[in-house]
Design a protein around this ligand. Structure first.
Ligand SMILES: *Cc1c(COP(=O)(O)O)cnc(C)c1O
Length: 465
């Protein structure tokens, strides 16, 4: 077989991909028939494909390339670490400098109450750790009945059996026998779709009270933890009403349950602070992290845990770990990523420059006839597409039909936007400049206009009865 390189014609690469490569979250035959887009290189916020197109990556890869593409320093650090110590484990009374240094750095950057860190290779693994770690914690506290996790419908916590069960994605639960027992789901604070006649404030409060009610029904003595993303990412960048988080925090404080903030997306600057917990003023016992910690240059994630958990779990052996827990190359790259973020004040850029600038442009999208709600915190944002914003109507077509049309138009206009049902989502690299934001917004307006005329032509601009 000849070498498979960027220089092969696109059709050949597509055919090979279709023959052997099983894509995640993809109908593979359909994709094979259509022809996959081949990304060959990237720089800053731009991707380049095998046809020479320059595409704005409005999604930072999968919400993770926070620092942007093409940072030489990260490549250098990885090469240096591979030469010095490409791998060693942290299981059997050994450690190495990258793991020590990253653990210490994470302790410094994370909220005051965080203390220990348990490494994994990504968010799914970290949330699986959380399931076992939290239940073990309660066993050590001699409260072994505390096993149930309360989560939320339409949450995303990963794709493994455990983390997929913690998540609340109906389509995922429909496959492969999820969720596992011991996971209870309550509603999501999605006012646009589910708020009915309530004000956002009332709806937010009522959603939070579902937690209180679940605790009462299931029994506090049986509940291990509540887990939630400060802002749901994969669920469609759902920013809760202002009343939601304060009430959730009150409820967690009033009961003997742990609170896990899944910050895999909201961590490391996305919301304009190091952690979304700071932005939303919440106080978790555990923070799940991954994605942005290394800006995706290496796969690494983990669980940051409070002092009480760190100490108690340290009393005995926790029978858990991954071959790549604290992988030296991944840890070294994450550390360098964090160093650059601090040195270049990238969080300040999100908070004071790019965030406010995008917010102004983003909220103006509600002037477009198709756009109902526009939500944004820091550099994660969404719009709800609707045939009638007066009554927040859903489209008559199957959910996601219009979103997919809009996504395809966006792709054609050389902008990566994601659709979640009929919501459109962006989360650009945190280093995006105001000029690049202008370029991105221009493409979004064009995409929305084209989507609207397509819907008109095809009689799809209709509300569900
Ligand atoms: C992506 C994501 C995960 C899963 O992380 P992986 O690295 O894909 O395993 C978990 N939680 C949230 C909130 C995520 O966005």
């Amino acid at each position: 077989m000849p070498a498979i390189t960027n220089h092969l014609p696109t059709e050949e690469l597509q055919a090979l991909d279709a023959a052997h490569h099983m894509h995640p979250f993809t109908a593979n035959r359909e994709l094979g028939d259509k022809g996959v887009r081949v990304i060959t290189r990237a720089n800053g916020v731009m991707l380049y494909d095998s046809e020479g197109n320059e595409v704005i990556d409005g999604m930072s890869g999968l919400w993770n390339v926070n620092i942007g593409y093409g940072r030489e320093e990260l490549a250098e650090v990885a090469a240096r670490q591979m030469r010095e110590l490409p791998y060693y484990n942290t299981f059997f009374q050994t450690t190495h400098v990258p793991a020590i240094a990253l653990a210490a750095k994470l302790n410094e950057l994370s909220p005051e109450t965080m203390n220990g860190v348990f490494f994994a290779s990504g968010g799914s693994e970290a949330n699986d750790t959380n399931i076992r770690m939290v239940r073990t914690f309660w066993e050590l506290k001699r409260k072994p009945n505390k096993k149930i996790f309360i989560s939320r419908r339409n949450a995303y916590h990963g794709s493994s059996v455990g983390s997929g069960s913690l998540g609340g994605m109906a389509a995922m639960h429909a496959q492969g026998g999820l969720p596992i027992p011991g996971i209870h789901h309550i509603g999501q604070p999605n006012w646009w779709s589910e708020g009915g006649d309530k004000t956002p404030e009332q709806f937010g409060l009522d959603c939070a009270l579902e937690l209180e009610q679940a605790i009462r029904e299931l029994g506090e003595d049986n509940i291990a933890a509540f887990i939630a993303e400060p802002i749901q990412g994969a669920g469609g960048v759902i920013v809760p009403p202002s009343t939601y988080w304060p009430e959730i925090q009150n409820i967690c404080d009033a009961h003997d349950i742990l609170f896990i903030a899944d910050e895999v997306i909201t961590g490391f600057g996305r919301t304009g602070n190091w952690f979304g917990s700071e932005t939303m003023d919440i106080y978790p016992d555990i923070i799940t992290f991954a994605k942005g910690v290394s800006s995706g240059y290496q796969p690494i994630g983990g669980s940051l845990v409070s002092e009480e958990l760190t100490v108690l779990l340290g009393e005995s052996e926790f029978q858990h770990g991954y071959t790549y827990s604290g992988h030296p190359v991944a840890a070294a790259v994450a550390l360098e990523n964090l160093r650059i973020m601090e040195e270049e004040n990238i969080i300040g850029h999100v908070r004071d420059v790019a965030g406010p600038y995008l917010k102004q442009k983003w909220e103006a999208l509600t002037d477009h006839p198709l756009v109902g709600e526009a939500s944004i915190v820091g550099l994660m944002a969404s719009i709800a597409l609707t045939p009638n914003k007066e009554n927040r109507a859903a489209f008559a077509s199957d959910p996601g039909t219009v979103g997919l049309i809009c996504r395809e138009r966006s792709f054609a206009n050389n902008l990566i936007m994601r659709h979640v049902g009929d919501r459109m989502v962006i989360a650009p690299p945190l280093v995006i400049t105001t000029e690049e934001i202008d370029m991105m917004m221009e493409r979004i307006w064009k995409t929305l206009d084209e989507t609207e005329s397509f819907l008109k032509t095809n009689d799809l601009l209709k509300s569900r009865a």
